[in-house]
Design a protein around this ligand. Structure first.
Ligand code: IPD
Length: 303
């Protein structure tokens, strides 16, 4: 049976996020060009020697502290352990979320560490060592940034409609017309038909989650996202009072229904996220319905 206290993991996660952050920060400010490899044939999905080094280090340290926990890391997900998620406690790590940002020295770069038990994200630790922002969450105990409870901002501001929202999303790695054109049509509708307040791309799904949890954005959605981008972030969003939905937003629209249970478990391997910041439930529900009508679905293979 799942336990309810994961503070031992949270403490180790914070300690290791700071170690990883030190390595990332040093490499970020070093004058040398990162060693870059491409994971696809279009040079879009990139990995550096620092991503690989940090992931190997975190894997080794976590294995020493929590030997029975499974480990899924972005850079080793193709290895023997694979990336299948079971009920077992599983540590999900993105050693550098925002690798392209890291390469270009754009300061939205972080290490993301999540603990998932029974497929539920129970701990999230995200550290941006460039801006020195540490986000943490433990299930049922709230979310924090550098010790201050989230949301930091706009706690009492309702969200009357999508047109009042600052929206974040990502271009993602699929640049084929079937993968990208629906995304650009959605953006066009959001900016023209809806006249949303604005659009932001942080370049790192984990940071999009933190910006929403702190109250700096109102909506984050992405199709094609991976579990290591959002495992920690989903815990942080939920513990800040935000909502996260996945495939159910799209499948219920296809079936003509328009009711999604707020208590439905979030499918981390479904590669879709629709998140709405802390606000009165009826506002969150309205925004979810509006997003379900606007975001064009894309079929992506599950992880
Ligand atoms: C990427 C970022 C980006 C998302 C891409 C991811 P990485 O992660 O999270 O925002 O759109 O799909 O691959 O490669 O920088 O860890």
């Amino acid at each position: 049976m799942a336990k309810s206290d994961y503070s031992d993991f949270l403490n180790v996660g914070i300690e290791l996020a700071r170690v990883a952050g030190g390595i990332i920060r040093e490499a970020f400010y070093s004058g040398s060009l990162p060693t870059i490899e491409s994971k696809d044939d279009r040079d879009v999905d990139l990995v550096t020697a620092t991503d690989k080094y940090v992931e190997a280090l975190l894997r080794e340290k976590f294995k020493a502290e929590f030997p029975s926990y499974k480990f899924i890391g972005e850079e080793s997900s193709a290895s023997s352990e694979g990336s299948s998620l079971t009920q077992e406690p599983t540590i999900i790590v993105d050693p550098i979320d925002g690798t392209t940002n890291f390469i270009h020295r754009f300061p939205f770069v972080c290490v993301s560490i999540g603990l998932v038990v029974d497929k539920i994200p129970v701990v999230g630790v995200i550290f941006n060592p460039i801006l020195d922002e540490l986000y943490t969450a433990h299930i049922n105990r709230g979310a924090y940034m550098n010790g201050s409870r989230l949301p930091l901002f706009r706690k009492n501001e309702p969200l009357p409609s999508l047109s009042h929202c600052l929206i974040s999303t990502e271009a993602g790695n699929d640049r084929t017309s079937t993968g990208f054109d629906p995304k650009s049509r959605t953006l066009s509708k959001l900016m023209t038909d809806i006249n949303a307040r604005g659009l932001r791309c942080a370049g790192a799904g984990a940071i999009d989650c933190c910006l929403l949890a702190r109250g700096s954005t109102d909506v984050y959605y992405e199709i094609g996202v991976r579990a290591w981008d959002i495992s920690a972030g989903v815990c942080i969003i939920r513990e800040s009072g935000g909502m996260c939905f996945g495939e159910e937003v799209f499948s219920q629209r296809r079936s003509g229904e328009n009711t999604v249970s707020f208590d439905e478990p979030f499918d981390l391997m479904g590669r879709k996220i629709v998140a709405i910041r802390f606000a009165p439930k009826e506002n969150q529900e309205l925004i979810r319905r509006q997003l379900a009508d606007i975001i064009e679905d894309i079929i992506v293979p599950r992880d």
